[in-house]
Design a protein around this ligand. Structure first.
Ligand code: ATP
Ligand code: MG
Length: 254
């Protein structure tokens, strides 16, 4: 939860997800360049950027799946690997995660619960929350892309984590699924959780996000509340295109 330490001189608010001056190169190609931002508890933070901008890489740095060349990433004021209960601290959904085709949602989530020492009695609840109860015993091989996304979300929610790091979570969802996901993410933020979501669907982000972080070519080019980022533009899409598309080199990464 949000921890506030107030002393007589100043007020410090420790936020839940923080990335500080992170740089990363793959084979001398710099893909993150001094990236810093915070995602706050009780808010949905939309992480936006063109293809190849560095969104997934940033999220992988937060989860310590990739180590930065410099800078630091914190969840709950500590490195992810230092968490004693990582699945309760962070629920993550990364773009393109493959699900085991021969399992069912129920048996798969049981194995996730066991591996992470989580309460398996939450499984029916998360399956209800993600709309998969009716297919809980069906083979994952029969699932559509949207159903696999819902299952990935079930996995992320299993530990009832304080922080959600979600990379393109509405990919593959139909319009009803997108609305359902929006309501779910908003509810999680209202519960006080920190929700960091990347997406390409700007109209959706405009309905969902409280805070916006825009990255292009590995650099953070804008952060602020949705209203601040949209200020002077007719929509978030207009703001995004103006901020990232005006310069051709920002298009489609680098
Ligand atoms: N393991 C890797 N080795 C080499 N280059 C990589 C690796 N992972 C990512 N990249 C490069 O880093 C850059 C950022 O990629 P990243 O996947 O973070 O972008 P993204 O913003 O998530 O894009 P998208 O919107 O397409 O998902 C790209 O140029 C990509 O080719
Ligand atoms: Mg990506």
């Amino acid at each position: 939860m949000l921890i506030e330490i107030v002393d007589s001189v100043s007020c410090y608010t420790y936020t839940m997800i923080e990335i500080k001056n992170v740089s990363k190169a793959f084979k001398k190609k710099k893909v993150l360049d001094n990236v810093s931002f915070v995602a706050k508890p009780g808010k949905v933070t939309g992480f936006l950027g063109p293809n190849g901008a560095g969104k997934t890489t940033t999220m992988k740095v937060l989860l310590e799946l990739i180590y930065p060349d410099s800078g630091e990433a914190f969840v709950d004021e500590a490195r992810f690997s230092q968490s004693k209960t990582p699945a309760k601290s962070v629920g993550a959904l990364l773009d393109g995660k493959l699900m085991p085709k021969n399992r069912t949602p129920r048996t798969y989530l049981i194995s996730v619960a066991k591996a992470n020492k989580l309460d398996h009695t939450r499984i029916p609840h998360v399956l209800r929350e993600t709309g998969l109860s009716h297919v809980a015993n069906k083979k994952i091989s029969t699932f559509s892309l949207g159903m696999c996304q819902r299952l990935s979300l079930s996995e992320a929610l299993l530990g009832d984590p304080d922080n959600l790091i979600l990379d393109e979570p509405v990919n593959g969802l139909d319009p009803e699924g997108i609305k359902w996901a929006r309501d779910l993410f908003k509810k999680k933020a209202e519960e006080g959780k920190t929700v960091l979501v990347s997406s390409h669907i700007l109209s959706e982000m405009e309905n969902l996000a409280d805070e916006i972080v825009i990255i292009a070519k590995g650099k953070i080019i804008k952060t602020g509340s949705l209203d601040e980022v949209k200020d002077g533009y007719s929509s978030l899409e207009d703001a995004f295109i103006s901020l990232t598309g005006g310069d051709a080199e920002f298009k489609a990464g680098f």
